[in-house]
Design a protein around this ligand. Sequence first.
Ligand code: GLU
Length: 292
Amino acid sequence: MAVSSYIGRFAPSPTGPLHKGSLLAALASFLDARANGGQWLLRIEDIDPPREPAGAADLILQQLDEHGLHWDGPVLYQSSRLPAYKDALQQLSEVGLLYTCYCSRSRLRTLGGCYDGACRSNKLHSHISDKPYAIRLHLPEKSIIAFNDLIQGPLAFDLHKTGDFILWRRDHLPAYQLACSLDDGFQRVTRVIRGSDLLDSTPRQLHLLSCLGLAAPQYAHIPVLKNAQGQKLSKQNHAPRLDSSNVQTNLLDCLKLLGLSPSTELNTASIQQILAWAIEHWRFSHIRPSAC
Ligand code: GLU
């Protein structure tokens, strides 16, 4: 059998235990990787210590294991990658793409989510004061990013709608866009499957990958699970932790949300049998993008 060059990944932030919404993203990326004979990597995005309760990363590993979602190779912890993120900043700074931004949170709030480039004339290493600063990426004039999402279809975004974005935070932490793009490149990920709440990050990550000279993966954004108030299930919205005593039911519920129709016989099947059935029946065409 030919060896597949497919590399997929699940990349949770350890801000708490997995809930049903995060299981949905883990399962979709796992099934797609396995259905394509590919590798499925696990990356713990632990770059925001103030938001990471002790033990959350270990709990996530345990929950994935309990659900039969076994990853390939060692886990990559982003907290071990700080030197690589700094090297990437250096690379971008050498080609003049970075600047320091001293704008306060209150000023940024007045901009309605679109940065106006007010700090663009700042040089990266000429700190004008002791004020905290972030590091932003200077976007080019032409900023339309088009890509074909494997679930949502062809999409195009104008990066100027959100403006020059942050790569290094004013609290001295790497920003998600930098760490995620660089590590998708570093791990040679060929396909990213994740929730549609991250859809607006994709054009920024595609642009950053291109600035860094890294190959872009394909993307597929699945619908996100919402609570009764229509908000995305998340730790901030107090989504309940996955019930470990109901692993089969958790998996079957997620399969239905991914458009599969498991037969009632699977209600009494083992985790391995459920996953084997799901790998065989997995298709993007079953997923309703409109549910996003
Ligand atoms: N770490 C991000 C999160 O947990 C996901 C990153 C990604 O899949 O690109 O929301």
